[in-house]
Ligand binder design. Structure first.
Ligand SMILES: [Zn+2]
Ligand SMILES: [Zn+2]
Length: 78
């Protein structure tokens, strides 16, 4: 399954709206939470291969070779 492009800005905005509108957090609190969630989500999408560390989206079909020119990674590693 090909994962859709990870849209950080959109996700960030949605998390913010959720915590401010539905949970009645202050903007600062919501911001802090959103940053934590984004960080976690980003980590999940980063290749753990030493020397790669590129995003899932940089790998062919999300599991094969890395598309970054200088990178030798041949398999996405979680
Ligand atoms: Zn890479
Ligand atoms: Zn990789």
């Amino acid at each position: 399954m090909i994962e859709k492009y990870f849209d950080v800005d959109r996700l960030y905005g949605r998390i913010l709206r959720y915590y401010v509108a539905k949970k009645h957090y202050s903007k600062e609190e919501a911001n802090a939470i959103a940053q934590k969630i984004i960080q976690k989500e980003r980590n999940k999408r980063i290749c753990k291969n030493t020397g790669c560390k590129h995003l899932l989206n940089d790998h062919i079909r999300n599991h094969d070779s890395c598309l970054v020119e200088s990178c030798m990674c041949e398999k996405f590693t979680r």
